[in-house]
Each structure stands twice: as structure tokens, then as C-alpha cells.
Design a protein around this ligand. Sequence first.
Ligand code: DHK
Length: 150
Amino acid sequence: MPRPVVLVLNGPNLNMLGVREPEIYGTQTLDDVEQMCRDAADRLGLDVDCRQSNHEGEMVTWIQNSFGRISGLVINAGAYTHTSIAIHDALKLYGGAIPIAEVHITDPKTREKFRHFSYIEELAFARYAGHGVMGYVRALEALAERLGKM
Ligand code: DHK
């Protein structure tokens, strides 16, 4: 039986993990994070499609093209979390039909004020922030449970 596909979507600057402000974001790279996601997905009976983009429109297109193809979404939209109505609107395409988990490595709500608001939060059934890169694994576990795979 085919396994449910979960899109793991990372936004701008997350390709610089490991190099970018390691005292804040840690030393693991995006490759490490994506491997962790693949390992977790294997354990949980899911398939993951891991993508990263620095471009808002590309993220919107990927979200649109995933419609009808994925069973769940893990998203760390980086700074677009706090600015992008376009990503918010694209996520609304799913109309609550698939579960969305919002992830942040840090906890933006304890950082600068401009990071406190999220355009994704109200559309997500779960939010993991401040758990470092383990937040991605927690999000996949929550999705698997939600999809009845645990
Ligand atoms: C990542 C970013 O790139 C920031 O713009 C967000 C988020 C926080 C994170 O913690 O993963 O404000």
C-alpha cells in the first residue's frame, strides 16, 4: 500500500542552517534535517518530499502543485511566516482537508517583536517552536498520529 506523502517545506535562509547564526539555529545543516525527516518518516510509515526555497512564489507554486497529492504538510516558512499573505492564501487551498504542522527551530514569539505574528499559525493543527531541529520530527510524529499511522 502506498504510504501517505508529507511535504516538508522550508523557506528562506534555511538552506544556510549550520552556517547561519549557529548560536541561535544550531550546527546541523539542512541536509542533516532532511535526513532526520526521512528517518522519522520511515519509522512512522510516511513518505516525505523535502523542499527548500528562498523564493515566496516558488513556495506558493509548490503548495499549489501539492494539492491532491499530499496527505500532510510540515512547514517552516522562515521569515515568510511573519510576512506572507500569499503563502497563507495558498495554504487555505487545502481548506483544512490535510493537516498542517508549523515548525520553527527557535521560538519566534520570544524573539524580536517582528517575529511574533505568524500567518501560518491559525491554519496549523500543531506548532513546534523552540525545540531545535527536533521540532521537525515532533511535527512528523503528530502528523502520523493525526493520519492514523501511529
Ligand atoms: C527561521 C527563520 O528564518 C526566521 O525568519 C524565523 C525561524 C524563525 C526558525 O526559528 O526556524 O523568524
